[in-house]
Ligand binder design. Structure first.
Ligand code: ADP
Length: 206
């Protein structure tokens, strides 16, 4: 985050004199305590300063990039996941293509009769199946999907950065977010490269 000149000065004052009360910082800047309040709030929230009641402000010693890293590591999958789009195993490739268009997604998750994750179908899986003259209404998606146990998954409480790393390492576009049930995995969300991009934009523009 970009700090104002006054905020930079406050950090310097606290670095040299901390712990120091808001009153004393205001005195040094010849400003009122009220004028300074928003700056102190921002610096405390961003993690540059820490405030202890009856003691005052002190410098945390953390640099901007350290604070940014800390913040990114706190992002959880649940904060950024999207709604999953699923199809049944016996849905046809034709239906899967329609669902992909209607759901405006690039990855479909395939579920079995008990609604548990059994596979993943990507855009290229469907393109591949569409090449040639086969009747797409007669090919069920379970024939062409990537199937369990070869599906890479994530959980809601996983760190977003870990999910992002998996997408890069495995060279795939999306991960199902799952909950473990007695009879398999329930699909509760999806994390895609778009969600990661959104997190990146939010981080910078916040
Ligand atoms: P595309 O094939 O459209 O480029 P992906 O790169 O996401 O899309 O998929 C590449 C291959 O990996 C496809 O065959 C797909 O079925 C498979 N795949 C996609 N997501 C996963 C996943 N989460 N776990 C395992 N395999 C996956």
């Amino acid at each position: 985050m970009e700090l104002s000149e006054r905020q930079e000065t406050i950090i310097e004052i606290v670095k040299d004199n901390g712990p120091i009360t808001g009153e004393k910082i205001a005195d040094q800047l010849s400003l009122s305590r009220a004028t300074l309040r928003p700056d102190l709030a921002i610096l405390t929230m961003a993690g540059f300063l820490d405030a202890r009641p009856r003691v005052g402000y002190f410098y945390t010693g953390k640099t901007g990039s350290e604070l940014l890293t800390e913040k990114v590591k706190q992002y959880r999958v649940s904060q950024f996941q999207s709604v999953p789009v699923v199809v049944k195993e016996d849905a046809s490739v034709y239906d899967a293509i329609s669902t992909m268009f209607l759901g405006d997604v690039g990855t479909l998750f395939v579920v079995n009769a008990a609604n548990r994750l059994s596979g993943v179908v990507s855009r290229k899986d469907l393109l591949r199946a569409s090449l040639g003259n086969q009747d797409l209404n007669n090919i069920p998606v379970h024939i062409i999907m990537t199937r369990m146990p070869n599906i890479t998954i994530c959980k809601q409480n996983d760190a977003l950065i870990e999910a992002a790393k998996i997408l890069i390492d495995k060279q795939i576009d999306g991960l199902p977010v799952v909950k473990e049930m007695d009879d398999g995995l329930q699909v509760v969300g999806r994390i895609t490269k778009t969600n990661i991009t959104k997190a990146f934009v939010e981080l910078i523009l916040e």
